[in-house]
Design a binder for this molecule. Structure first.
Ligand SMILES: Nc1ncnc2c1ncn2[C@@H]1O[C@H](COP(=O)(O)OP(=O)(O)O)[C@@H](O)[C@H]1O
Ligand SMILES: [Mg+2]
Length: 424
């Protein structure tokens, strides 16, 4: 079988790596891919949002299954266009992807179907929002409705900060039309976990839970990034809580989407806040998380191709998943300056030292090949992921591998997974 993966990040390298281990997958194409995916399959130089070119390529290369990585093409309707051309594709339709593409849609749906989430108000003009803020309880959270690459959420401790956030999103349009509508949300305390689940429209199968580190600095301090590291499993969830999340959050959401005429297939990624053993939805994403996918797929014992195929053919009720008991930890190596301005083009050394290691993988994110060398080409560059018999061992193995890698301006956190060890 031939598979096309759309995207260029660490998530897509991990998907390519896992799919390449399936006995049923012959050839893998990645559009546009990175230096890591080029070692597994063939990179195709098409941008993730050039949907007509992707459809044309998939048809001419006779692709049996396309797996969409990032949210942008999903919210643009790539799945609808592939299906219209009779091409099998794993992901939600444009209407279903609105669950991530519009936070207002998501919040309204959660409220309508009584799925636990923070209380909120929705605004389409800045004056009413500011009026509301005068009497709103602090702290609170202000969110741009649309996609903002993880930067459209502002946690406000004071009234002044909240007014500034409204002005930034709605008046200055810092994220363009994403800020046409905003959500003002109750601040939830607790600890966050990510549950990625696979849905075929009716049946939903959760993957092993993971926790990520969003902030740039140690101790979860500083501005949020796409994610500086992740680990799976997490000591935060008991099996009873996982069952509760399936029953009270994931299944009702899939059912709600069906009731709304927006059948949801693909990955349903729930960002959850856990407090006193109880989960509330922070948001949904409509795709695999990055970097959570890297540790989660390293622990999966199933054939990923068969799982994704079952999801596209509405046969998920026949699937049961199994996981190694080992813990996986992923440490992201980023370019100095990320999530702000950073440089590209530094030569990365040491990758050859990790090649062939069974329990440690350097998943590439922002990398490219230049004159025979691997160079940095993005903010998040590598995700060094290791399996260990305990979280502590996985951390030690991951950081030992990190030491082998070098480039001019490498930055990483030194405490990935530490909060899980403290808790265990
Ligand atoms: N209601 C809330 N209470 C506390 N923290 C929140 C709340 N909503 C969001 N956050 C924080 O902001 C981060 C980003 O918010 P999220 O809704 O996941 O948007 P996005 O990932 O699209 O930026 C969350 O991971 C969480 O740390
Ligand atoms: Mg989020």
């Amino acid at each position: 079988m031939k598979v096309l993966i759309i995207g260029a990040g660490g998530r897509e390298h991990a998907l390519a790596w896992k799919l390449s281990r399936s006995g049923r997958v012959g050839k893998i194409f990645i559009a546009p891919g990175n230096a890591g995916t080029a070692e597994i399959g063939e990179n195709v130089d098409i941008a993730v949002d050039d949907i007509p070119a992707l459809v044309k390529f998939a048809a001419s290369a006779k692709i049996d299954l396309t797996v969409v990585g990032p949210e942008l093409p999903l919210t643009l309707g790539i799945v609808d266009d592939f299906r219209a051309s009779n091409l099998k594709v794993f992901g939600p339709s444009k209407l279903a992807a609105e669950l991530e593409g519009s936070k207002a849609f998501c919040k309204d749906l959660l409220k309508k179907y009584n799925i636990p989430s923070a209380a909120y108000e929705k605004f389409t003009d800045a004056d009413s929002a500011k009026e509301y803020l005068k009497s709103a309880k602090l702290p609170l959270v202000i969110k741009a409705d649309g996609l903002a690459a993880g930067k459209g959420v502002i946690i406000c401790q004071t009234y002044e900060e909240a007014v500034a956030a409204v002005e930034q999103l709605m008046e200055e349009r810092a994220f363009g039309t994403a800020g046409e509508t905003i959500i003002v949300e109750e601040f939830l305390e607790g600890e966050e976990v990510s549950i990625l689940a696979i849905s075929d429209g009716t049946t939903v199968v959760p993957l092993a839970p993971a926790q990520d580190h969003k902030a740039i600095f140690n101790g979860d301090k500083g501005p949020n990034t796409g994610g500086m590291g992740a680990y799976s499993p997490t000591p935060l969830l008991t099996p009873a809580m996982e069952a509760d999340i399936l029953e009270n959050i994931l299944e009702p959401t899939i059912q709600a989407m069906e009731d709304e005429g927006r059948e949801y297939t693909g990955v349903l990624y729930a960002g959850l806040m856990i407090k006193d053993g109880f989960a509330k939805v922070l948001e949904f994403n409509c795709r695999f998380g990055d970097p959570e996918t890297q540790p989660v797929l390293m622990r999966m014992e199933n054939d990923l191709f068969e799982l994704l195929m079952a999801a596209t053919e509405e046969e998920l009720d026949e699937v049961s998943l199994s996981w190694t008991n080992a813990t996986a930890v992923c440490v992201v190596l980023a370019a100095k300056g990320y999530p702000g301005k950073y440089e590209k083009g530094s030569v990365i050394s040491g990758l050859d030292k990790l090649r062939g290691q069974k329990d440690t993988i350097a998943f590439h994110a922002g990398t490219a090949e230049k004159d025979g060398a691997v160079v940095t080409a993005g903010g998040r560059v590598l995700g060094i992921t290791a399996l260990g018999t305990s979280t502590a061992e996985a951390i030690t193995k991951a950081y030992k591998a990190v030491e082998a890698i070098e480039w001019d301006g490498v930055y990483f956190r030194t405490d990935i997974g530490a909060k899980a060890v403290q808790k265990a």
